[in-house]
Ligand binder design. Structure first.
Ligand SMILES: Cc1cc2nc3c(=O)[nH]c(=O)nc-3n(C[C@H](O)[C@H](O)[C@H](O)COP(=O)(O)O)c2cc1C
Length: 318
């Protein structure tokens, strides 16, 4: 059976959600949100803030290894940052070649690098050379900026730079997050390189997972939004079979939702805390009618006390 990996999702899945999702089971690995490497030397606390798991052997409390993702376009600075990060003992270092955010792209980082395979190779080689051999360096790419003309060249460049494996999110930057994901392109990449390729994009269910593996020929799959919307997805994939019992799942999820809220209240300022809960509930609505109902009750609430009360009724816990 191949690996199922929890995708990096800046602003959606932080260490708290990684903890809860990997605790439910089924994930073999996870990748942190990106740490942006710019001109200034990054203090070690920046890595620990994005990936607090570094304080705990670079694993979630359930023991799932977490790779730390770096994003930047300058090979030497990326290498310096990777060397510093390596001091903290990450399970691995992943390089971002897919972020479509304008603030990142304006400085030539993330998905814009897909225009320049030679630079991608230099970044990968510089980072690989700066980090002890025992720490895997991996990469994650989209298909291109606006077309697939350079897809295979980008994959070859990363392979020549010495990466250990490659996640392919099967869309161009311009395609954003719009379905479909072009899984057939993942198959083409897989056939063109000899490093393992991990398939990514639009896996929301067990049947998506199966079709994605069949079509791409990849054994390993990375799941992003589907993991947040359906926290039991990876566990069901592992179990392979059986009907989905959403009511039973919700009963198991309710205490975790409560824990999530209690911990959000501790680490997020009060005026932003309800927003964090709404963000997860908004994803969960896709799978759970109970989440839809709860979302309806909390969506207009802005105070922590009001959300406390709504959640207490819904989960029957507080
Ligand atoms: C809110 C959000 C934040 C993301 N942040 C990152 C990131 O920090 N690094 C990265 O490589 N990809 C990031 N991605 C892309 C995902 O890792 C993944 O490639 C994409 O969502 C496609 O997979 P999915 O269809 O399973 O969600 C992000 C996606 C979303 C929706």
């Amino acid at each position: 059976m191949g690996k199922v990996i929890l995708a990096p999702m800046e602003g959606l899945a932080d260490s708290l959600l990684r903890d809860l999702l990997t605790r439910l089971g089924g994930y073999d690995g996870a990748v942190s949100e990106f740490v942006r490497v710019t001109g200034t030397r990054l203090p070690l606390r920046t890595f620990r803030r994005v990936c607090p798991e570094l304080l705990d052997g670079s694993r979630t409390p359930a023991g799932t290894p977490v790779f730390v993702q770096l994003l930047g376009s300058h090979p030497e600075r990326m290498a310096e940052s990777a060397a510093r990060l390596a001091e903290l003992g990450p399970s691995g270092i992943d390089l971002n070649f897919g972020c479509p955010a304008p603030t990142v792209n304006r400085h030539g980082g993330g998905a814009m690098l897909l225009e320049d395979p030679a630079l991608m190779a230099r970044i990968a080689a510089a980072v690989r050379g700066a980090v002890p051999r025992g720490i895997p360096v991996t990469a994650k790419m989209r298909l291109g900026v606006s077309n697939t003309k350079k897809t295979l060249a980008c994959a070859a460049a990363l392979e020549s730079g010495g990466i250990a494996s490659l996640v392919v999110h099967a869309r161009t930057k311009e395609q954003g997050y719009r379905p479909p994901a072009h899984w057939e392109w993942i198959a083409r990449v897989r056939e063109s390189v000899s490093v393992p390729v991990v398939a990514n994009g639009e896996v929301w269910s067990e049947s998506d997972y199966r079709r994605c593996r069949e079509l791409t020929g990849c054994s390993d799959v990375m799941i992003g939004r589907g993991a947040v919307a359906d926290p039991f997805l990876a566990r069901r994939i592992r179990a392979a079979g059986g009907a989905v019992d959403r009511d039973a799942e919700w009963r198991e999820l309710a205490p975790l939702l409560d824990e999530f809220w209690q911990r959000v209240k501790q680490c997020v300022v009060a005026r932003h805390a309800p927003g964090r809960l709404k963000l997860w509930l908004n994803s969960l609505r896709r799978c759970y009618p109970q989440a839809e109902a709860l979302y309806g009750r909390v969506r207009s609430l802005t105070s922590v006390a009001d959300v406390d009360a709504a959640l207490a009724v819904a989960t029957g816990l507080m």
